[in-house]
Ligand binder design. Sequence first.
Ligand SMILES: Nc1ncnc2c1ncn2[C@@H]1O[C@H](COP(=O)(O)OP(=O)(O)OP(=O)(O)O)[C@@H](O)[C@H]1O
Ligand SMILES: [Mg+2]
Length: 509
Amino acid sequence: MVANHDIDITVRRGSVHALVGENGAGKSTLMKILYGMQKPDEGTITVEGEQVSFGSPADAIARGIGMVHQHFMLADNLTVLENIVLGAEKLHGIGSAARARIKEISESYGLNVQPDLLVEEIGVADRQRVEILKVLYRGARTLILDEPTAVLVPQEVEALFRNLRELKAEGLTVIFISHKLGEVLSVADDITVIRRGTTVASVVPAQTSARQLAELMVGSELPTPETRESTVTDEPMLGVRGLHLSGRDADGLLREVLADIGFTIHRGEVLGIAGVEGNGQAELVETIMGIRTPDGGTITLDGQDVSHEPTRRRREAGIAYIPEDRHRHGLLLNAPLWENRMLGHVTETPNSRGPLLTLSSAREDTRRIVEEYDVRTPGIEVTAASLSGGNQQKLIVGREMSHHPKVLIAAHPTRGVDVGAQAQIWDQIRHARREGLAVLLISADLDELIGLSDTLRVMYRGRLVAEADPATVTPEELGTAMTGAVTGRLSGPDGGDDNGPRLEKGEDR
Ligand SMILES: Nc1ncnc2c1ncn2[C@@H]1O[C@H](COP(=O)(O)OP(=O)(O)OP(=O)(O)O)[C@@H](O)[C@H]1O
Ligand SMILES: [Mg+2]
């Protein structure tokens, strides 16, 4: 496998340089080479005019290059402070000097990091700021961010971009990877496009467009998630009633994580839930999957009460699951693709018959998934870890859609996938919806939510506080409701009038 060849890229000091390209194009590999994690077979790297050779990340850090990975690499069971000083104890020790330095960096770039919280207790946006601070703490002057915005909601993306501009103003350099071309155009000074392992173009935002970038990347048009015809029926498929879940927060106080959650998703319906990360969406999904036990409430699947069934039974009964964190809950990274294909479905065909595993049919079916879902891989014996992030996601989507699910719980189904693959996944969800699939969709991508959903709800502090019609609602309105500023029924951009034309438009769907 040749992941990179004839790469040619120049990054100016004090600029934000974006790197774009389809899944598996070689972006992460290139960044790992610049960060000393992988050694190139040929070619040269120069930093400030001097040729360098990195044997390890330590060498790269010594040259002022730091990296925040596509999949976070923090220790959950340590505090923020411990994570930051881990491995860099020589710089400022582990005591008050370290704490002071963290505070200083946090303040000067507006990172707002709280040193004493456990990493497992903080949300993804905060984790990302910890990763950035960790890199700055080590003295980085060039920051590599691999898909930093994939896990963020719009407000958080804005905050991150403000951080990046501050870094730039201080003379730091940022290299960042993203599949969201709109963002790339708004924040980057220079853009390099990678295709099949090599650099194919260098452009500046003023002289290009999202459409042109997509064409350079994949040679195809930009997709839209829009769903035209409605396939919603009146047959309830997933029913959630009075769901309550409490938990302890960082200060040990008992609080309601989920409060009186209730909704029904019908056959052929996509229910989208919007919300800033950390408002209970993850807990809701885990409760429906049977990973968490609620304090009260019922969950019915196709008329059957599954509230007390274990996760495996729920899956066998027809719930498919695309988890929000593919590394923690979706894959065994060190296992081959075909074992990953069996994961979560070991008791079902084609993976087993009765008590016996049927490995050869599982293998064969993995080949089919790789083919149908366009998973770019040299074969099914390679480990899941060797796939690029987007291709890992395609494998998970393929696996979950292959068991004729009645309900799909999809948390950020297109996170980290390129524009081409995104269109494919949208098509697959739409197709299954026509066949009667009920979908619970959670996404930080508001265009995706609005485009795919038949019904929209907004989640805030563990409650469903607002609802909206995807035919009329705007991303801005949804964004406002996500901050808790507006509740109830959101009407179109003209506001107010329930009997106005907006309602009619809603009925058209
Ligand atoms: N350790 C490895 N072993 C085998 N193949 C690998 C390994 N690392 C990367 N590859 C392959 O190299 C190619 C480039 O991968 P890379 O992770 O750089 O892609 P990417 O551009 O970051 O994609 P994505 O947008 O999906 O994250 C992929 O086809 C991947 O499968
Ligand atoms: Mg990558």
